[in-house]
Each structure stands twice: as structure tokens, then as C-alpha cells.
Design a protein around this ligand. Structure first.
Ligand code: M6R
Length: 366
């Protein structure tokens, strides 16, 4: 049942090219530069009427929400807030009929996320769910749903569910932006074509497996890790750190690279591996200068950079080169080596990869 893989997590990591294809299947309208979402339950006029989107989720799904804020604000020019569901539900949040709630949950059963949907409904807002499990409680309570179609995820550490959430959010952003007019047909065509290339890029990123394993061998005895990124790479840094914590039990922190100076820099010494997400994008120069600050303090930089970035490759202690790709798919490509890193470190430590201690696949109680 593990299809020749040693663990479900590894099988699920390698299933991702197919999983994202399933998320997109029948939904991309390439010629119109648009997306068809069968159960969205919102008209174009309703979408154009929202002044704000609130995303609520827990754990890894919350990280997907943070990428969603970046994409929705960038592509749709609508203001987006992202909340941890357990905070949102107890805060008396400002929500009205002009607010669209977007609840993200793999299982569709997370107690706090379900309560957030009820809270929003109570205040007159509409709620859309991004779920993997069909007919789950959150999917049923929401006014519309975008299913991720990742297939059953058995590993407690979420991998393919996360990546397909990112795809589902991209599809939603594209549909939303086309409905409100924020995304032109031409831009829509560009975006659909970037999404269509995604499975091939994931295949390419998966080929880093052996290189990631040797990095894991080199660093798995460290007691702390720092993950740094900017823009859409910041939530991916958070997710990389969460994955490592969950299955390797190593203390890891994700930070926006620009915040390093405001505290975490004090932790950096010659024992601290720092995973830097340094793709050639609009944040490149800034992240490179953060990387130099880490190196100046003796930190051991593991860089995830764009293919051919010899400058970064020379500076870092270890380097993983990723295919150059469009911004809309970059967070997904960055996620792959981070999943593999957490996986290999966990295996080297002899941990139970698929069933990490103290964690449940679905958190149905508070
Ligand atoms: O089923 P959900 O997406 O609502 O679950 C949310 C979190 O419990 C979940 O993402 C958790 O953080 C995972 N263990 C991540 O690997």
C-alpha cells in the first residue's frame, strides 16, 4: 500500500505531480484565461461585492492561507487578513456581509476552523471552504467549496494536501480576479499556462531527493534550525520549520528574513543551520544581504536558490538549485525540498515518520 516507498510521507511527497494535476483537472479554461470551480457557489456579482477576505485555518493550512494573502492581494487587489482559527473565533472579529470568509482545512473537521465558519455565518458573512475531504463538516457548512482532490493523505505531516491547497488558492484567486475584473484575459492566460507547467517543475524539484538526503546527513545532529524567507517565501519558511519540528523533534523557527535583525540574529552562531529561501524574485537582493549577515556571524547557510545562481551557491555552505518558475508556482516548488529535508532528518533520527508523537491527523477537539 506504500507503493514501494518506505513511508507514507515519502509516497505522498512523490505523488505531488499527480495530486496537483488532479486539483487542476477540468478546471483550467486556458483560452479564456479563467477557471471553472464547480462548487464555488458565488456569482461574479457577489464576488465583485466583497471588500475584504478573511482567511482562517490552523497549522499547515494556515501557512497556505498566508501564501493566499500574498496571491489574492497581488492578483485581485483585495485586502486579505489571515487568522489562526482559534484566535479568530474568540476575538469578536470585525466581519460583515461585505467580508468573504475563506476556511482552509485538509480534513474539513478541525474544530476551531469549523467554529470560525459558524462565527462568520453568525455575523452575516459568506464562507467558502478549501478542503480535501469530500463532504466533511467544514465543506458541508460552507456556502461553497473548492476541493483540493489530493487523495487520501495518511502521513500526519501534511505534504500533498498543503501543496494542493496552494494550487486551489491560486485557482480561486484567478477565478475571483477574473470575476471582479482585477485580472485581464491576457494575464489570466499567462497564469493558467504557469499552472499547467507546475507538475513538470515538481518532478524536477523531486530530483533533488538525493542531494537533500546528503544535506540531512550533514545537519541532522543540530539542535536548532532557522528558516528565513521574504514575501511568499516567508510562509514557506514557516511551513519548512513546522515540518521539521513535527517529525524530527528538532527545534526550528521560521521567520520573515527582514525580521532577523529584530531578534533572531542573536541566536546565530557556528552551530546554527539557517535555511535561506533565496529565489531570483523581487526580494532577491534583500534576501542575499540577509544571507551575508548570517554568514558574517558564522551561521551555516543552506540555500534554496534558482538554478544557475552561482553567486549564492558560492556563499552558502550547502545549496539546492530549483528550476526558475513563475511567482504563482514558486511557493510550491520551494516546499518540495523542505518536505524532503524534514523527512530525511526524521528517518536518520529513527523517528516514526508517519505517526509523530503527540500529533493527530485531525484535531476535532479544541
Ligand atoms: O485538517 P486541517 O488542515 O484543518 O488541519 C490543520 C492542522 O492540524 C494541520 O495542518 C497540522 O498542522 C499538520 N500536522 C501539519 O503537518
Amino acid at each position: 500500500e506504500k507503493g514501494g516507498f518506505r513511508h507514507f510521507m515519502l509516497k505522498e511527497i512523490f505523488e505531488q505531480p499527480r495530486a496537483v494535476q488532479d486539483t487542476m483537472a477540468g478546471r483550467l479554461l486556458e483560452e479564456e484565461g479563467n477557471v471553472y470551480l464547480e462548487d464555488l457557489g458565488l456569482t461574479d456579482a457577489e464576488m465583485a461585492g466583497f471588500s475584504r477576505i478573511c482567511i482562517v485555518a490552523c497549522g499547515t493550512s494556515w501557512h497556505a492561507g498566508l501564501v493566499g494573502k500574498f496571491l489574492l492581494e497581488e492578483l485581485c487587489r483585495i485586502s486579505v487578513e489571515v487568522d489562526i482559527a482559534s484566535e479568530f473565533r474568540y476575538r469578536n472579529p470585525v466581519v460583515s456581509s461585505g467580508t468573504l470568509l475563506l476556511a482552509i482545512s485538509q480534513s474539513g473537521e478541525t474544530a476551531d476552523t469549523l467554529a470560525a465558519v459558524r462565527e462568520a455565518h453568525g455575523k452575516g458573512a459568506k464562507a467558502i471552504a478549501i478542503c480535501n475531504v469530500v463532504d466533511s463538516s467544514i465543506a458541508r457548512e460552507a456556502d461553497g467549496v473548492v476541493y483540493t482532490h489530493a487523495g487520501l493523505e495518511i502521513g500526519v505531516a501534511s505534504t500533498k494536501a498543503f501543496v494542493t491547497q496552494l494550487v486551489a488558492i491560486s485557482l480561486f484567486a484567478l477565478r475571483f480576479g477574473r470575476a471582479t475584473g482585477a485580472i485581464s484575459r491576457e494575464r489570466g492566460i499567462e497564469l493558467t499556462s504557469s499552472l499547467l507547467h507546475l507538475p513538470a517543475f515538481i518532478e524536477e524539484a523531486l530530483q533533488l531527493d538525493t542531494a537533500v538526503e546528503s544535506i540531512a546527513r550533514r545537519y541532522h545532529n543540530s539542535s536548532d534550525f532557522l528558516y528565513l524567507g521574504r514575501g511568499y517565501s516567508y510562509p514557506i519558511a514557516l511551513e519548512g520549520a513546522l515540518k521539521l519540528k513535527e517529525i524530527s523533534y528538532i527545534h526550528a523557527e521560521g521567520y520573515p528574513a527582514g525580521e532577523m535583525k529584530h531578534g533572531p540574529i542573536a541566536l546565530i552562531d557556528e552551530n546554527m543551520p539557517v535555511v535561506m529561501l533565496v529565489l531570483r524574485d523581487r526580494h532577491y537582493e534583500k534576501v542575499v544581504s540577509n544571507m551575508e549577515e548570517v554568514i558574517a556571524r558564522g551561521g551555516r547557510v543552506i540555500a534554496l536558490c534558482s538554478a544557475g545562481d552561482s553567486e549564492t551557491a558560492q556563499k552558502a555552505e550547502a545549496v539546492l538549485e530549483l528550476p526558475s518558475c513563475a511567482e504563482i508556482v514558486a511557493p510550491i516548488i520551494l516546499s518540495i525540498p523542505l518536505q524532503l529535508l524534514a523527512y530525511h532528518v526524521s528517518v536518520l533520527k529513527g523517528n516514526d515518520v508517519d505517526q509523530p508523537r503527540n500529533l493527530a491527523k485531525s484535531v476535532t477537539v479544541e
